[in-house]
Design a protein around this ligand. Structure first.
Ligand code: CA
Length: 186
């Protein structure tokens, strides 16, 4: 298991009824002339309504290419799927941000080795400094001695060779909780 798997993987997330209803309403509102599907332009408006930004060309292209062949646009089912995935990605990103902020005690916008040590000591007091240093070096992608949010986010998303902090936890510390969740919810 890697650092990222042990960390902030989102729990299975289900849209609430009211949320789901809102998505359907947005679909209907954006489906000009009740075609039964969203055109590229309709889709862009829908994203603005739900997420507050205009999607890039790449994102619109990707949404349009995900629709079934021989259809003129995005059907309701496909739209709900796209929105759910976007929502999940957004929640996951927020969670990473949350953990990063918990590490960043001095609100500097980057983490030092000392920040790492302090944070790890709270949930895993028996973790050796050598391991913490190893994790820190792994997360510090560009080896400038600081872990930026970009470094951190990358490690949480793609880190493969990081030691699993849970391996080093002894009973009575943070057992039972996922390691990094201990930072966000502990
Ligand atoms: Ca760095």
């Amino acid at each position: 298991m890697s650092f990222s798997q042990a960390g902030a993987r989102p729990r299975m997330w289900e849209a609430s009824q009211s949320e789901h209803k809102k998505w359907v309403e947005v679909f209907k509102a954006c489906d000009e002339e009740n075609k039964g599907y969203l055109s590229r332009e309709d889709f862009k408006v829908a994203v603005v309504m739900l997420f507050g930004y205009k999607p890039s060309k790449i994102e619109a292209d990707s949404a349009m290419s995900s629709v079934e062949p021989n259809t003129s646009g995005i059907l309701l089912k496909e739209f709900l799927d796209i929105v759910r995935k976007k929502k999940e990605a957004q929640l996951y990103r927020n969670e990473i941000r949350h953990i990063f902020t918990a590490f960043d005690r001095h609100y500097r916008g980057y983490l030092t080795l000392e920040d790492f040590e302090k944070a790890f000591k709270q949930v895993a007091p028996k973790l050796s400094e050598r391991i913490i240093l190893e994790v820190f070096r792994e997360v510090d992608q560009d080896s400038d001695g600081h872990v930026s949010f970009k470094d951190f986010e990358y490690a949480m998303n793609y880190g493969q060779n990081l030691p699993d902090p849970q391996q080093f936890l002894v009973s009575g510390t943070a057992s039972g909780t996922s390691f990094l969740h201990a930072f966000s919810f502990g």
